[in-house]
Design a protein around this ligand. Structure first.
Ligand code: MLT
Length: 255
């Protein structure tokens, strides 16, 4: 398996442009990581019975999409880490309980995470990764030949927690499929080393990251703990290529 990692969104954008030009994007399986907090939140929402998450770029787009859906929808998201005015929920996994989200379609806009998801539309398959669902994602990508991991980062800068999440997935793949030869790019190596250096201190890594410190300042310490949990959800959110909705996938390996 060949694995590459885009360490932040600008790198992802360049890689996608190159792949699209060479018509390679449509062959790629892509896993997006935004550990604090978009992909952790999406995993939590779908694990708690949400019907689907619809990623949108702006609050305005969110409101239009909601009108088109009608029915059982919730508007969710943040700007600067805080719930958007007029929205039902922010981007705090604590809010996405079964009581709140079950059966609902969540229309979500976040600063970096939902943007990253929209960038990679056109890939063969797009999955959401977080510490919460590492084993589930690992099982699903067994047999994939070319895997791209996209770290959402923070406004064009590298985020330690996303790089560590990417590295954790690589480590899981390495450990689970020992007979598989892994070909890693330098960025993928870097992600792996980052994870290996913090394997037993994931909460500390999240707490000490730039966005972790910012979230703590806003009073979201509990989110940091939630997002640092490993393998608590056996669900893989997958983008449905026809509707653009993110839905929970019934686990079976891609090949
Ligand atoms: C993002 O998409 O930028 C993040 O998820 C932001 C956050 O949740 O604070």
């Amino acid at each position: 398996m060949e694995i590459d990692v885009a360490l932040e969104l600008n790198a992802a954008r360049k890689a996608i442009r190159r792949m699209s030009a060479r018509k390679l994007l449509a062959e790629r399986v892509v896993v997006v990581f935004d550990v604090l907090r978009a992909t952790s939140c999406i995993v939590t929402a779908l694990a708690n019975g949400s019907r689907a998450v619809v990623p949108v770029l702006t609050p305005q787009e969110g409101k239009c999409v909601r009108q088109a859906y009608g029915g059982e929808t919730l508007l969710c998201g943040e700007r600067r880490g805080i719930r958007i005015r007029g929205f039902d929920l922010s981007n705090s996994p604590q809010e996405f309980t079964r009581e709140v989200v079950q059966g609902k379609t969540l229309i979500m806009t976040t600063t970096n995470g939902t943007r990253a998801i929209r960038y990679v539309l056109g890939a063969r398959c797009i999955l959401m990764g977080a510490f919460l669902n590492l084993s589930a994602v690992c099982r699903m990508v067994s047999g994939v030949r070319r895997l791209s991991i996209v770290c959402a980062g923070t406004e064009g800068a590298v985020s330690l927690e996303d790089v560590a999440g990417a590295g954790a997935l690589i480590k899981y793949i390495q450990t689970s499929y020992r007979s598989e030869r892994l070909i890693l790019t330098d960025a993928a190596h870097l992600a792996l080393i980052t994870f290996e250096n913090h394997e037993h201190q994931i909460v500390d890594l999240l707490r000490n990251s730039t966005h972790g410190r910012y979230l703590a300042k806003l009073g979201f310490e509990a989110d940091i703990n939630d997002c640092a949990q490993v393998d608590t959800a056996d669900v893989v959110p997958v983008v449905d290529e026809t509707t653009g909705e993110i839905r929970p996938y019934v686990l079976q390996p891609l090949s």
